[in-house]
Design a protein around this ligand. Structure first.
Ligand code: G1P
Length: 302
């Protein structure tokens, strides 16, 4: 089957229960936790939009209504801000509604990341598409998604993003075997021979961890349909990608990894989330000049 090459659609899985942030996430989605003054999910939607992906499908679940409201118009609030002449805040809230064409589908059952992506099958159709995971924020100054999209257009198959992590962190990620190509100087794109979801450190094929950005060939959907539950009893995207890596190119096979060396902020657990908020706030023009000296002073009291 011939496929249209230009990548237009993004899928953002956002159906997780957010148990790591309880009780804060008892009645609100973790994607709405503020990172400085924007909900975490807004950074991810903005990243997709900046890369030209303006058709965005969110895979949601229970408790996720506030996300839909966030990206929708808010006529009463907008009118109030307009009457007050508060154009700055008006622009800030309208920004979220203009990021793209947002669609929602509910996952229904929490059967894993692979299952969440499979829920996008009908909306995506038979064309390559991007997947962005909400726990990983990529600094807006660093290009990643665009490089991945260009790589997929050039090489076909699927493209993932990986990053070097310390050895004791590998078991929190999917880990790849790049057949030694990652050791070549300046290796920015490497072939992926094998992918393992959250291996114990002694079984990890490398310290190259999969980070939450993917550009996938649509054959992944058929593969996900036959992928049995893996790690944690969940249908794993990593396992379906392992099968794709072993397939010939004419069947949509082949997986390459873009090695990311830029700034990534993890908002998936409490400690990383706090670090992400402090880092991003310290770099902001409006907050940084006061926050940075205070942080230095505070650090001395520790
Ligand atoms: C998921 C993937 C994992 C990947 C990680 C990146 O895991 O299954 O392969 O390394 O995202 O953040 P999760 O963090 O959702 O458990």
């Amino acid at each position: 089957m011939s496929i249209s090459k230009r990548i237009k659609k993004a899928v953002i899985p956002a159906a997780g229960l957010g148990t790591r942030f309880l009780p804060a996430t008892k009645a609100m989605p973790k994607e709405m936790l503020p990172v400085v003054d924007e909900p975490a999910i807004q950074y991810v939607v903005a990243e997709a939009s900046k890369a030209g992906l303006d058709d965005i499908l969110m895979i949601t679940g229970q408790n996720k209504r506030s996300m839909e409201d966030h990206f929708d118009r808010a006529p009463v609030l907008e009118a109030t801000l307009r009457d007050k002449g508060d154009t700055k805040k008006l622009e800030a809230i309208q920004y979220a509604t203009n990021l793209g064409d947002l669609h929602y589908v509910r996952q229904g059952q929490a059967l894993g990341l692979g299952h969440a992506v499979l829920c996008g099958k009908q909306h995506v159709g038979y064309e390559p598409f991007a997947v962005l995971l909400g726990d990983d924020l990529i600094d807006a100054r660093d290009e990643l998604l665009t490089t991945m999209m260009e790589t997929q257009e050039r090489l076909g198959g699927s493209v993932i993003a990986v990053m070097e992590v310390p050895e004791d962190a590998v078991s929190a990620y999917g880990v790849i075997d790049a057949g030694g190509h990652d050791k070549e100087p300046g290796a920015d794109v490497v072939p992926v021979h094998r992918l393992v979801e959250k291996p114990p450190v002694e079984e990890a094929p490398s310290t190259l961890a999969i980070i939450g950005r993917y550009v996938l060939h649509p054959e992944i959907f058929a593969e996900l349909e036959r992928t049995p539950p893996g790690k944690g009893g969940e249908i794993q995207l990593t396992d379906a990608l392992q099968a794709m890596a072993a397939k010939p190119p004419e069947e949509g096979g082949g997986v390459h990894a873009v090695v990311f060396r830029g700034r990534r902020y993890d908002t998936g657990d409490k400690l990383s989330y706090i670090k992400a908020v402090v880092t991003l706030a310290a770099e902001r023009e409006d907050l940084g000049p006061e926050l940075r000296p205070w942080l230095k002073e505070f650090a001395q009291t520790l």
